[in-house]
Ligand binder design. Structure first.
Ligand SMILES: Cc1cc2nc3c(=O)[nH]c(=O)nc-3n(C[C@H](O)[C@H](O)[C@H](O)COP(=O)(O)OP(=O)(O)OC[C@H]3O[C@@H](n4cnc5c(N)ncnc54)[C@H](O)[C@@H]3O)c2cc1C
Length: 452
């Protein structure tokens, strides 16, 4: 069987469905999205579903600010069908030197156009801090609140432990249901005529240096002159079908969802992030047992950025926790490899900043583990734009920020495909950047990527 389409999108993750929606919004509706899996089910519905406007480079600030503008617009258009909130990200530290660094970086990052920095002193009195609304995002503050003392911070966040000396609360940040956003996009695109096909792309015919057709595993061939690789963790394998070698690798990232029956994480909490490295408080007996069982890796000092948040609205009692306590680079495979110690590591890590989580040390709560891969370029910027033969495009390498970036990433690749005007940040995400002499060295030198 053979058919034709103006565009074939390979992959119905959040990147692929956003690409389809934005093609529609730019007037292209003759689009096929091919994926053997149900939309969003490989990585995009496994994330922590958080977003923030806080990034270390002006290109990423441009992309994310645009993406959050679109999230807010679609939240309004859809009657907030995907529960966009703006509780913020609260970075915490027990180290005064780090707090001083946080203060410096708050001012330099805010200078990229991210709004005002409101500083709250070390005393616990009236500080002018404005809390976020529990639901929705409208009318919650933007910019950043800097707490220069633990008492000032605990006045608003009493769940935070006594070792915390201050922190940074990013305000244009929060979470949403990525699965519901994605399905809203699928519905919008389908209603405009986009066809979702439950089949795998197995080859792309690029005779004469241009895209001619795409073959699916059931044998169907689709004549097309435009192909988009939105293959997520399989980006490099799909890239090989159009003869390109994409500079990407994948890291395993997992998260726990736990039944917080002790109410250790308040329902109104923001996303909380521990910014210090830490050693977990194993008893001498536990430490000896871990060494004996070959797990001395978990008794060493472990890296920063253990983080978590409440999940679900009023009356719910689930919470999420994540910690990339050890980098795990690997070729993507499913089912995901398991580490039986992971839930306990995350809960112990969280209890350093949220002591009530330590209540689970006697008996772990009911816990689920899932996750997927961060697919990344060496400098952790995405790949969005033309690549390889004429008519071939990529929208991927969305790392640990893909659900928050998806709206602007899909819009940008659709702009490239249709010849629409491009935003100023587009050049930073093109494949051509790697051809610039010295680019990678410059881009990776001392860069704080902000990865969680
Ligand atoms: C534990 C964890 C937490 C995260 N937390 C956050 C967060 O808080 N905020 C955030 O913004 N991001 C977060 N992320 C990152 C985010 O989930 C990803 O960046 C994003 O989901 C990537 O979307 P994607 O569409 O590129 O990939 P995917 O969702 O994996 O979709 C790719 C699709 O391509 C399809 N495909 C591949 N090959 C083919 C082929 N040959 N033919 C047809 N289809 C094909 C696959 O079947 C798949 O459906 C997190 C990720 C993880 C793992």
């Amino acid at each position: 069987m053979s058919e034709s389409a103006q565009v074939v999108v390979c992959g119905a993750g959040i990147a692929g469905v956003s690409t389809a929606l934005h093609l529609v919004r730019l007037g292209v509706t003759d689009v096929v999205v091919a994926d053997p899996r149900s939309p969003l089910t490989l990585t995009s519905d496994k994330s922590t579903e958080c977003y923030r406007d806080w990034w270390p480079s002006s290109a990423m600030v441009g992309l994310m600010s645009r993406s959050i503008d679109l999230l807010e617009r679609y939240s309004t258009e859809s009657g907030n069908a995907f529960n966009l909130s703006r509780r913020g990200y609260l970075f915490l530290t027990s180290d005064r030197a780090k707090l001083a660094d946080m203060a410096r970086s708050a001012h330099s990052t805010a200078a990229l156009g991210l709004g005002e920095v409101r500083s709250h002193g070390s005393a616990g009195g009236e500080t002018g801090y404005v809390p976020a609304h529990l639901e929705g995002w409208k009318d919650s503050p933007e910019g950043v609140d800097l707490f220069m003392g633990g008492e000032a911070l605990r006045r608003w966040f009493p769940e935070v432990g006594p070792s915390v000396v201050g922190g940074l609360h990013l305000r244009r940040a929060g979470w949403f249901s990525a699965q519901q956003l994605g399905m809203w996009m699928v519905d919008q695109a389908s209603a405009a005529g986009v066809r979702f096909v439950g089949d795998e792309v197995v080859s792309v015919d690029t005779r004469g240096g241009k895209v001619c057709s795409v073959t699916l595993s059931e044998g169907e061939s689709i004549d097309t002159i435009t192909f988009v690789n939105a293959g997520g963790p399989l980006l490099d394998r799909v890239g090989a079908m159009v003869g390109t070698r994409l500079p990407v690798h994948s890291e395993l990232h997992q998260k726990i969802s736990f039944h917080d029956h002790l109410g250790a994480i308040p329902r109104g909490a923001p996303m909380v992030i521990w910014s210090d490295p830490q050693r977990l408080d194993w008893t001498p007996e536990e430490a000896a047992f871990l060494v004996e069982s070959g797990r001395s890796d978990v008794i060493e000092e472990l890296p920063r950025f253990c983080h978590g948040r409440p999940e679900g609205g009023e009356g719910a009692n689930w919470a999420l926790g994540l910690w990339e306590w050890k980098q795990n680079l690997r070729s993507p495979e499913w089912p995901l490899p398991e580490d039986p110690l992971y839930p306990e590591l995350v809960l112990r890590g969280l209890s350093t900043m949220l002591p009530a989580v330590g209540g689970y040390s006697a008996a772990l709560p009911r816990t689920r583990v899932d996750g997927g891969y961060y697919t990344k370029t060496p400098e952790n910027l995405p790949l969005i734009g033309p690549v390889g033969p004429n008519g071939s495009f990529v929208c991927g390498a969305l790392s640990g920020y893909g659900v928050m970036a998806a709206c602007a990433a899909g819009e940008l690749v659709a702009q490239h495909m249709t010849g629409a005007p491009l935003p100023a940040y587009e050049a930073a995400f093109r494949m051509e950047r790697y051809a610039e002499p010295g680019y990678l060295k410059r881009a990776t030198a001392g860069t704080e990527t902000g990865q969680l």
